[in-house]
Design a protein around this ligand. Structure first.
Ligand code: MF3
Ligand code: CO
Length: 262
């Protein structure tokens, strides 16, 4: 671990491997939750599954207790952008559900999110998921030496807005390591060539939060759930990426590789 300027903590190879283990666990559990998305399922049942899996893995939830957040998992449905609290709410056909999970394993944090359909969804919802996911891939593609944070931000904003959707301003991606939220902040809007330089050993949780309508949001009376002001649908995807001399190393992708049999 070393200081990268601007309060940014750079990680050495050993620490990146620890973060990869945390990232892999998050992704493994998220995939199990995704497989449970069906009409009639209560979001609290998804939380219970996560609780059990974390215990089995000897890991701690990163979100539970964070500023008083009550659960391990965030389940954000349709117009809920993020920080939806699992409850007795039952999912129904056509919903899109954001699943956001953070863990602590061996003192290192893992954080990842995806948005997935419940049964058959509308063509517009399909397009929203596609754009938010592709925006995250573009963000990852910009996460290399020689670039700045603003290059990531501008790529996401440009692509999302070109597709007629909006990026959320109030929530941002972040550094991650022995803390859930480290410097730098990584907004989904900004200008090329601006912001901190990307350095070898930075690990970023890049998260695209995209709305089908305008960018304005409201916080619900539960003090957590962020919803679009215009009631439009939203999608959220998040990956952890290490900046290396060989380009972006997507730590949360390890599990996908394992599943593919590599
Ligand atoms: N992935 C989100 C983030 O990095 C989730 C945080 S939920 C909270 O901010 F409860 F921890 F706030
Ligand atoms: Co995050």
């Amino acid at each position: 671990m070393s200081a990268g300027g601007n309060g940014i903590v750079l990680k050495d190879a050993r620490e990146i491997e620890k973060l990869r283990r945390s990232a892999r666990l998050v992704r493994e559990i998220l995939e199990e939750v995704r497989a449970r998305l069906q009409p009639g399922v209560q979001t609290i049942e998804l939380e219970r599954h996560v609780e059990k899996r974390l215990e089995l893995a000897g890991a701690k939830p990163a979100f539970k207790g964070y500023r008083g957040y009550p659960c391990c998992l965030c389940t954000s449905v349709n117009e809920e952008i993020l920080h939806g609290i699992p409850s007795s709410r039952r999912l129904k056909e056509g919903d899109i559900v954001g699943l956001d999970l953070g863990v602590v394993l061996d003192s290192y944090y893992g954080d990842s999110a995806l948005t997935a359909p419940v049964g058959k969804i509308s063509g517009e919802a399909e397009r929203l998921l596609g754009v938010a996911k592709e925006a995250l891939e573009l963000a990852i593609g910009e996460a290399h030496l020689g670039n700045r944070v603003g290059d990531i931000s501008a790529a996401v904003q440009g692509f999302v807005e070109k597709n007629g959707f909006s990026v959320v301003r109030e929530f941002v991606g972040h550094g991650i390591g022995r803390a859930l939220h480290e410097e730098p902040q990584v907004p989904n809007y900004g200008r090329r060539g601006h912001g901190p330089q990307l350095k070898e050993g930075m690990v970023l949780a890049l998260e695209t939060m995209v709305t089908a309508g305008g960018p304005e949001l409201r916080i619900m009376p539960d003090h957590w759930t962020a919803v679009t002001a215009d009631g439009s649908n939203t999608a959220h995807f998040e990956h952890m990426v290490a900046i290396t001399r060989n380009g972006p190393d997507v730590l949360t992708r390890e599990w996908d590789k394992v599943r593919a049999g590599h």
